[in-house]
Design a protein around this ligand. Structure first.
Ligand code: SF4
Ligand code: SF4
Length: 295
């Protein structure tokens, strides 16, 4: 009998990690599409897993509103003919860190985001969509039903009574539940590689041990909430959208629509909401800040 090869021996976790990481490392689409021969948009990702029946998904639905999807509900939209128990599902979450060059450019900005940031926001997110599709399609091909919730036609934003505008599946919350980070004063997810990043998720019928959540509190990595210090993101926001009460989504959205997007369009020819000033020149830009800092 033929001995199993490396691919066959790999655990489901390693196989999924390989699918995500290899695509980010090798795809020419991981690019800012600039004139520097396509400088890469993202560094290598962090990957985490959570169970489809993790009680935090139900709690999120209770908090945000009935329109919010649990993993099983999102999976059911993609595979309406199948029955699934939430315990059979795994949420695969990744964090795509901004490059050092993109972070450095944005760090210098005071009112508008940099060109690299705008390119990462636009072309980088086009790549992130490809990654979502690639992960879901690869898993389906090798026998694990999978869906990227944010690519479902029904994915959209709605008004939550408690939280204002919210989408029916939040990838940042999926990443939080999958052990990848906690929320900061500005609402960004602070990960071991900082909060200058974008997230992605896929839900699959596959058994992968969940990633340990090395925190109990959803603000555990933010210096403002844990030590009453910092608040640097407040000072960085040109719209005054971050205060001690947190992130005002309406003010931020208004600034992005009326100031940041027209600037990016006029200056860089990229029609995108792009700012990210609160994600750079702050202690949580590229690491967990303070005493929990790693690396
Ligand atoms: S800049 Fe400071 S206050 Fe703002 S999210 Fe980061 S650690 Fe928290
Ligand atoms: S994205 Fe820009 S406008 Fe919105 S909170 Fe951050 S700094 Fe403020």
């Amino acid at each position: 009998m033929k001995a199993p090869d490396d691919e066959e021996r790999a655990t489901p976790a390693l196989r999924v990690e390989g699918i995500v990481k290899n695509f980010v490392a090798a795809s020419p689409e991981n690019s800012l599409k600039d004139d520097k021969a396509g400088e890469r948009a993202w560094e290598l990702p962090l990957i985490g897993f959570s169970r489809g029946d993790d009680p935090l998904y139900e709690k999120l639905k209770d908090d945000i509103g009935a329109f919010y999807w649990t993993p099983a509900e999102a999976f059911g939209l993609a595979f309406p003919e199948k029955t699934v128990d939430p315990s059979e599902l795994t949420v695969i979450a990744w964090v795509l860190p901004q490059t050092a060059a993109t972070r450095a450019d944005n760090r210098r900005r005071r009112k508008y985001g940099s060109e690299r940031w705008a390119r990462a926001r636009f072309y980088g997110e086009v790549f992130n969509d490809r990654l979502r599709r690639h992960v879901a399609e690869t898993l389906n091909r090798i026998g694990y039903e999978a869906v990227a919730p944010t690519l479902l036609p029904a994915w959209r934003g709605q008004m939550s009574e408690r939280f204002g505008f919210a989408s029916n599946w939040s990838e940042r919350h999926g990443a939080f539940i999958s052990g990848l980070g906690t929320f900061g004063l500005c609402d960004g997810l602070i990960t071991p590689l900082g909060k200058a990043m974008r997230c992605g998720t896929v839900i699959a019928r596959i058994t992968v041990p969940p990633t340990e959540r090395p925190y109990r509190d959803h603000h555990a990595y933010c210096l403002f909430y844990t030590r009453g210090t910092c608040g640097k993101c407040m000072k960085r926001c040109p719209a005054g959208a971050i205060t001690e009460r947190g992130h005002d989504k309406l003010l931020c959205g208004e600034y992005l629509a009326k100031v940041a997007a027209p600037f990016a369009n006029r200056r860089f020819g990229i029609n995108i909401y792009s700012c990210g000033l609160c994600q750079t020149a702050v202690p949580c830009e590229s690491a967990i800040p303070g005493p929990l800092r790693r690396g």
